[in-house]
Design a protein around this ligand. Structure first.
Ligand SMILES: NC(=O)c1ccc[n+]([C@@H]2O[C@H](COP(=O)([O-])OP(=O)(O)OC[C@H]3O[C@@H](n4cnc5c(N)ncnc54)[C@H](O)[C@@H]3O)[C@@H](O)[C@H]2O)c1
Length: 408
């Protein structure tokens, strides 16, 4: 028999406190038929990279977001192969007729879905550069947007290497050695001296062309010119030049390129860069593409510039963000895709994905499961119809470390 005080507290002597029981054992609705069971990789079954990546979707947390990002990029790539072949031949004949050596078709000309790749400067300093080279070399992306360091560090790496260092190395000691630190990477200052020696004569030539031929230089035209001049297969912008992939960088002066332009303005004043020409080219490209997919690594200028261009077409059809930034402070870097939907930068019906984390780990994994599997990535130069002359050009430049560079 229950005591009177126990009964008053809702205690049932044989089953425990009734309210607690009700709270703990609350019945649940049945999951929907589409509900996915959480399941991670089984290393007894699969030990290969594909097996691991396939398990991510059902693993939960950021692993699931990586899986969703892989699915979103596969949607961007759908139909690209057939379209690529068709448009490459159309483009080639159009350019031949017009004598134009740039690709202004608006949709990148190549794919059913134009793929925008945006990244921050530090990523070119990291090993992500080689991943980007792979994408540009195989024409798997159509437009690049980056910040100034993301341009110059690519060229500088052709002149001298960047080294693995340590996050904890002390600034004062590094300064004494003339070693500049980017996270746990180190770039000797001599590398920038070499860059300056290489770049200044090119700036002289650009100024000369501006004066004698009326050339109007935009940041993207300058990057294309530098990609041509570097002539080095390890360079991202060499491949962008060769494959007519435009590179937009509205903040081109915020880095070593800006230092060089500053010094050049004293040595030989007069060189102009037209940012309005580029904003028109960037936005026109967004407007003209049939479908648009954005892959945005990191935040800042590159992220916003890409999203803003896609506002011009009332939103991108696909979007993948990978970044470490959070939204609680209202910054654009940390804004989730849904914020971009509110601005019309991503379409309401899109299924955008944000993966939280370091792109140096996440993006190569995502590329391994998507772009690296694309048939176009596995074609040889001969399959793609590259002529003997361009192959000779590659061989000539490969392993030729810039004869103009003499060191600091
Ligand atoms: N860091 C460099 O290597 C370097 C070199 C020269 C010039 N700069 C200049 O500094 C300015 C600021 O650089 P920025 O706009 O390129 O970006 P940033 O360095 O300001 O980064 C913006 C955001 O991107 C995210 N992010 C950066 N690295 C990431 C990573 N590995 N993985 C995931 N998310 C990451 C972070 O959330 C970060 O807050 C630019 O104008 C640039 O030209 C930078």
């Amino acid at each position: 028999m229950e005591s009177s005080s126990a009964a008053a507290n809702g205690v049932h002597s044989s089953t425990g406190p009734a309210d607690s029981l009700a709270a703990v054992l609350k019945p649940s609705d049945a999951p929907s038929a589409e509900a996915v069971t959480v399941k991670g990789v089984d290393f007894d079954e699969r030990r290969d990279l594909d097996g691991l990546l396939e398990s991510f979707l059902t693993s939960g947390f950021q692993a699931t977001n990586v899986g969703l990002a892989i699915e979103e990029i596969r949607r961007m790539l759908e139909g690209r192969e057939q379209q690529q072949q068709q448009h490459e031949s159309e483009e080639a004949s159009e350019r031949e007729e017009s004598g134009d050596d740039t690709d202004d078709a608006g949709d990148g000309g190549r794919g059913h879905c134009t793929i925008w790749l945006a990244f921050t400067s530090n990523m070119i300093s990291s090993g992500l550069r080689e991943v980007f080279v792979f994408l540009a070399k195989h024409r798997l992306i159509d437009v690049i947007v980056t910040s100034a360091g993301g341009v110059e560090e690519d060229f500088i790496k052709c002149m001298a290497p960047t080294f693995i260092g340590d996050f904890t190395w002390r600034g004062r000691e590094l300064r004494d050695k003339g070693w500049n630190r980017i996270g746990n990477l180190v770039v000797p200052n001599d590398n920038y001296c070499r860059f300056e020696e290489w770049l200044q004569p090119i700036l002289d030539a650009m100024l000369d062309e501006q004066r004698t031929h009326g050339t109007i230089w935009t940041p993207s035209k300058m990057i294309d010119r530098l990609g041509k001049e570097i002539g080095h297969e390890e360079s991202l912008y060499y491949w962008c030049h060769k494959n007519h992939i435009p590179v937009y960088c509205p903040g081109l002066t915020d880095g070593s390129l800006g230092d060089n332009l500053y010094f050049h303005s004293y040595r030989s004043p007069g060189l102009l860069l037209d940012v309005i020409g580029d904003i028109r080219a960037t936005n026109d490209r967004a407007i003209k593409c049939r479908r648009s997919g954005m892959i945005i690594l990191g935040g800042g200028l590159s992220k916003h510039h890409t999203c803003n261009a896609n506002l011009m077409r009332n939103g991108a059809d696909y979007a993948v963000y990978i970044n470490t930034a959070q939204e609680y402070d209202g910054c654009d870097s940390g804004a989730r895709p849904d914020e971009a939907v509110s601005w019309g930068k991503i379409k309401s019906e899109a299924k955008p994905v944000k993966v939280h984390g370091d792109a140096t780990v996440l993006f190569p994994l995502i590329v391994a499961a998507t772009f690296a599997k694309h048939p176009h990535a596995n074609k040889t130069a001969a399959d793609k119809g590259e002529d003997a002359e361009s192959s000779r050009e590659h061989n000539h430049h490969h392993n030729v470390p810039l004869h103009a560079v003499t060191g600091c």
